[in-house]
Design a protein around this ligand. Structure first.
Ligand SMILES: C[S@@+](CC[C@H](N)C(=O)[O-])C[C@H]1O[C@@H](n2cnc3c(N)ncnc32)[C@H](O)[C@@H]1O
Length: 364
């Protein structure tokens, strides 16, 4: 996947994968904050069944699309994957929500000229998203194919978005890339699939068992993903929310993450690790995050054996060139918590087992 995502582990993935080990029969690699899904994808390549979760539907769609195999997305009714993509690229531009709110046409809508997309590209995004919806309605694509196409649309719109990496705001001057005509592309699908379960929701609600390997990669700064990636979320949900301000944010506060508040991050993390059933937990974090390593060690050592592995330097996520020249590198590390198997009291087990994921897909 081509787009830039705050905190993505794409550059550290080979180092993280070393700590995954081989899967036990029937167990899952549980990626509770899956983001782009690059870590879950590496686990799947090692043969793990994977369970992906994120509070953003757009993230779960992106992550899930990385795991789709060719036999799961044959697009039988549309004549194949590449024909479906060609039809989307040829869809007649439509003056819909993206055009009204996120292109210069927004001047007439709300008196603010938002420059996320050119008018032509925004109208094409509207047309592409609408056509995917029509295919779903008509039964021409199934759920896996639908999510693959939405993820491909994310890729395409990211390539022409007039932004500095996130949708937190648009750039005042148009970039050269943003002037190009949006075009969706086919991705390379996996040759074979592992078992995948996907949920959209709070990490606390993700089922896990003693034999699973739980990977946690929570946000570590105050940047709230729900606001930084609001446009992707709107495309994923295909709704027309009331958007506000210069950036045209959809309401996002109900998705605000406790991990983004310095005062709550440690307590929330400790509560989360305590609540897990898995014996082994991997946790990615940064030395520049809200929680300092000493405090994390003190707290998580109460739960199990705590070991910390520095992963070397990763370039800081740089929203613009000015910040880039001033910034030092962020140091990422991986914590392994090995905990004794916990038998949950019967009442608590019932609650865990009763959790119904909002979006679930499961295929062998
Ligand atoms: C650091 S990013 C994960 C990056 C991911 N590992 C990757 O390599 O792309 C953190 C993710 O956590 C999600 N998130 C934040 N709070 C959450 C919560 N309480 N439950 C589930 N997901 C959450 C965000 O939407 C974001 O996608």
């Amino acid at each position: 996947m081509s787009f830039r995502y705050i905190g993505s582990k794409s550059r550290l993935i080979s180092q993280i994968a070393r700590y995954m080990g081989p899967p036990e029969h029937g167990s899952f690699f549980v990626d509770g904050f899956c983001g782009t899904g690059v870590v879950a994808e590496a686990a799947a390549e090692l043969g793990w069944n994977v369970r992906i979760n994120d509070s953003l539907r757009s993230a779960v769609i992106s992550a899930g699309a990385r795991l789709i195999s060719a036999d799961q997305a044959v697009f039988k009714k549309l004549g194949g994957y590449s024909k479906a993509i060609a039809k989307l690229n040829a869809a007649k531009p439509k003056h819909g929500f993206m055009w009204r709110e996120y292109s210069p046409a927004s001047m007439d809508t709300c008196g603010l000229e938002r420059r996320y997309f050119t008018q032509d590209n925004a109208a094409r995004i509207d047309a592409m998203r609408a056509l995917i919806g029509e295919w779903v309605e008509a039964g021409d694509v199934d759920e896996v194919e639908e999510r693959l196409l939405i993820a491909d649309l994310f890729g395409a719109l990211n390539r022409v978005a007039n932004i500095a990496g996130t949708f937190g705001c648009f750039l005042s001057k148009w970039t050269n890339q943003s002037q190009e005509k949006i075009a969706m592309r086919c991705r390379e699908l996996k040759e074979s699939g592992v078992r995948v379960e996907a949920t959209v929701g709070d990490v606390f609600d993700v089922p896990n068992s003693a034999r699973d390997l739980v990977y946690l990669d929570p946000p570590y700064t105050k940047r709230q993903y729900a606001s930084y990636y609001h446009i992707l979320e709107t495309v994923a949900l295909d709704d027309e929310p009331h958007v506000e301000g210069v950036a045209g944010l959809r309401p996002w506060k109900d998705l605000a993450s406790d991990f983004c508040y310095k005062t709550r991050a440690l307590k929330t993390l400790s509560r989360l690790v305590h609540s897990l059933r898995a014996q082994k937990v991997l946790l990615s974090y940064s030395s520049e995050g809200h929680i300092c390593l000493q405090d994390m060690r003190a707290e998580l050592s109460k739960i199990g054996t705590f070991t910390m592995h520095p992963l070397g330097a990763i370039g800081r996520y740089r929203p613009n060139k000015v910040a880039s020249s001033a910034a030092s590198d962020v140091n990422e590390f991986l914590v392994v918590v090995d905990r004794p198997v916990v038998q949950l009291p019967e009442e608590q087990s019932k609650i865990v087992n009763a959790i119904k994921p909002v979006l679930v897909e499961s295929f062998a």
